[in-house]
Design a protein around this ligand. Structure first.
Ligand code: NAD
Length: 330
């Protein structure tokens, strides 16, 4: 059978083709699955989509009308898929419920330390043979307080690294993680976490209840010299409100791997065009902000695990089996 895979990065293509060798043919496209591209899938029983696909009701109807029966999503998060519609249409939808949480946790720390120690500015300076230190002063992490919102798999891995730095650990979650408690984490309400933390890192999923979890009020509760890192989902942060606080000169640093309007923008090359997104353009002007384009998961280890799980999800569908990765049917 030939599978159509959307949103495949150039690095990922040979890995995906190799993983399916001897089982199925896989046709890889770099475009994302969405309203404009869904008609390409006509005649393909199985399609695979990536993190920034837009699987709204209209897209799912187009796929079903074209004969698609199974969608293998190559990510953990599935806030981009209208599962009610998928179930009504009888589409099988799978995701990858587990892959290396260390990929994202280590990247969140990379962002935190890059803004704390002004690595981007320092590197730009030394490339210009400017070797002055003015403006590059950071802070020790040891003895400072980290607030972790969401202490699941990634939050726990992030917390272990924080414990290694010798930090005071604060957590906020609907359920306490015993492994984090054992590391010395104290669970507090989110207002206390915002007020007390020197570094705040987001690891909750994007849900209706977590949308704009970091709003103007939350930002105003944080310390003026706090560091904020978001490697979870862009919609957790009210970006306009963040820009307003940054304009007021607040925060030692902000590291963002995700952005609420990233869909259709991240993973594409816009370097030759006009910047249409004023909020993102303004965000890029702050020297204490580092933005990356949803690359936290992008390690050999995690991508390999995502691909292996996708191969298993396709095999499960063809054998009529369900697994912990099956989202539809429920
Ligand atoms: P997980 O399910 O193991 O952990 C999520 C935690 O959030 C759980 O402890 C859960 O109890 C908590 N939670 C859920 N709803 C909550 C709520 N309303 N209020 C407070 N806490 C709540 O998930 P994970 O594997 O640790 O992934 C976390 C998030 O990281 C994912 O949802 C995804 O958005 C993001 N992510 C980003 C990337 C990237 O490349 N940037 C890659 C993978 C995952």
């Amino acid at each position: 059978m030939e599978i159509l895979a959307f949103g495949v990065q150039a690095d990922e293509k040979p890995l995906l083709e190799k993983a399916f060798t001897g089982r199925h043919e896989v046709r890889c496209l770099d475009v994302f699955l969405g309203e404009d591209t869904a008609p390409i899938a006509a005649g393909y029983e199985i399609v695979s989509s990536s993190v920034n696909a837009d699987l709204n009701g209209r897209v799912l109807h187009t796929l079903a009308d074209g004969g698609t029966k199974m969608i293998a999503q190559r990510s953990t998060g599935f806030n981009n898929i209208d599962l009610d519609v998928a179930r009504r249409l009888g589409l099988t939808v799978s995701r990858v419920s587990y892959y290396s949480p260390y990929s994202v946790a280590e990247f969140a720390w990379t962002l935190a330390m890059a803004v704390n120690r002004n690595i981007v500015r320092a590197s730009n300076r030394t490339r210009d043979f400017d070797f002055r230190l003015n403006g590059l002063m950071g802070r020790d992490m040891r003895g400072r307080t980290v607030g972790v919102l969401g202490t699941g798999k990634i939050g726990e891995a992030f917390t272990r690294i924080a414990a290694g730095f010798g930090m005071n650990l604060l957590g906020w979650d609907v359920a306490e993680n015993p492994a984090c408690v054992e590391l010395g984490m104290k669970y507090v309400d989110k207002e206390a976490l915002f007020a007390l933390s020197d570094l705040i890192s987001l690891h909750v999923p994007l849900l209706d209840s977590t949308h704009h979890l970091i709003d103007a009020k939350a930002l105003r509760t944080m310390k003026d010299d706090a560091i904020l890192v978001n490697s979870s989902r862009g919609g957790l942060v009210d970006t306009e409100a963040l820009v307003a606080e940054l304009r007021a000169g607040r925060f030692a640093g902000v590291g963002l791997d995700v952005y609420e309007a990233e869909s259709g923008l991240f993973f594409t090359d816009r370097s030759l065009g006009v910047v249409e997104d004023d909020t993102l353009a303004r965000l890029m002007t702050f020297p204490n902000v580092v933005v990356t384009s949803h690359q936290a998961y992008y390690t050999h280890d995690a991508v390999g695990q995502i691909i292996d799980a996708t191969v298993r999800n396709v095999a499960d569908y063809l054998a009529g089996r369900h697994s912990e990765n099956t989202l539809s049917p429920a």
